[in-house]
Write a protein that binds this ligand. Structure first.
Ligand code: UDP
Ligand code: MG
Length: 323
């Protein structure tokens, strides 16, 4: 029977953790009773540099229950990196990992469905939201636009799937081979391959507390996702530049002919308009190129994606630093 590790990144989640813990333990106990997973399966909390009592709670649950273990990151590394740190731990001491948010927005019943799919031979199982009725209109609208855009740009991401998924040990080991420092898991996981399938569920409202993804972070996340998976935007810029170059040559020829024919230039306003237009497009293009250059700069530094502070269940391995 496979050892399951449920990886839960937590950032200031003291309000939801007690309830999450209770419900996740129920899930584990039922799965163990039905002989779907091994009894040494765990819930692995990753404290992503929380400033509230999140870590104290994790330590307390760890003392109270053999199902609870935890990693404490030295500082806030962001949702994706926190999740990755947990997955990289699970890669070493579990056979399957299910990643889920701490806020109980994802249906815990889907975990069983995912494990069943694993037993049927699937190595990656995506949790897919059936409906987004609990999200605001704005979030629904922007999320849909985002998925469509990603698809259009050729990134193979699963529609309406966040980071609620099951991965086999093999898939995790291969995930560990993607060394880019800007990791967008939703885009990377489908690239791994292996047999995969979807499990559908209804997404609930956050159980308590506030979203840790305010608009600014959400936009940054979306933009990061696009630029880390696709070079189409930069190609689009090159094409735009080329088209404008051709147009300006035609305009130049026209201006020359007009001059020879004796008709004088009168349009000051049209001159100004095109000047601003070209200036604007140029700045935008430079910014876009800069975005990719910045990405390259970040990647070349090869900085660690997260720093591990405490591991409640360290693997007796001197080299182990969490990676
Ligand atoms: N999270 C994290 N580090 C961060 C921000 C968020 O580990 O810097 C965790 C958070 O605790 C939660 C999950 O990532 O378990 C998703 O965050 P949230 O529910 O706030 O995002 P939303 O569902 O609103 O997109
Ligand atoms: Mg949430």
């Amino acid at each position: 029977m496979p050892v399951l590790s449920i990886v839960v990144p937590c950032y200031n989640e003291e309000e939801v953790l007690p309830e999450t813990t209770k419900r996740l333990i129920d899930v584990l106990e039922e799965l163990i009773a039905d002989e779907l997973i091994h009894e040494s399966s765990v819930i692995l909390y990753v404290d992503d540099g929380s400033r509230d009592r999140t870590w104290e709670l994790i330590e307390q649950f760890n003392r109270e229950s053999r199902f609870i273990t935890g990693l404490k990151l030295a500082r806030n590394a962001g949702h994706q990196n926190a999740l990755l740190s947990g997955l990289m731990k699970a890669k070493r001491n579990a056979d399957i990992a299910v990643s889920i948010d701490a806020d109980l927005q994802d249906d815990l019943a889907a975990i069983r469905a995912m494990v069943e799919k694993f037993h049927e031979g699937y190595e990656v199982v995506y949790g897919v939201r059936e409906s987004r009725t609990t999200d605001t209109f704005f979030k629904r609208f922007t999320a849909e636009g985002f998925y469509k855009l990603m698809r259009g740009l050729g990134a193979n991401i699963v529609f309406n799937h966040a980071d609620f998924r099951l991965m086999s040990k093999r898939a995790l080991q291969n995930l560990g081979r993607f060394e880019e420092s800007n990791l967008f898991l939703r885009g990377i996981v489908p690239m791994i391959g292996f047999r995969s399938t979807n499990v559908y569920y209804a997404r609930a409202e956050r159980f308590a507390g506030e979203s840790k993804y305010p608009l600014k972070k959400m936009l940054a996340f979306a933009f990061d996702g696009i630029t880390s998976l696709s070079v189409t935007p930069i190609r689009f810029v090159t094409m735009l530049g080329f088209i404008m170059f051709v147009l300006s040559i035609l305009a130049g020829i026209w201006a020359l002919i007009a001059k020879i024919a004796g008709s004088t230039v009168t349009g000051w306003s049209s001159l100004m308009v095109s000047l601003w237009l070209i200036g604007g497009v140029q700045i935008m293009c430079l910014g876009l190129i800069g975005e990719y250059v910045g990405k390259i700069y970040k990647e070349t530094k090869r900085r660690p994606k997260y720093i591990l502070d405490i591991d409640l269940d360290p693997l007796g391995d001197a080299k182990y630093v969490g990676g």
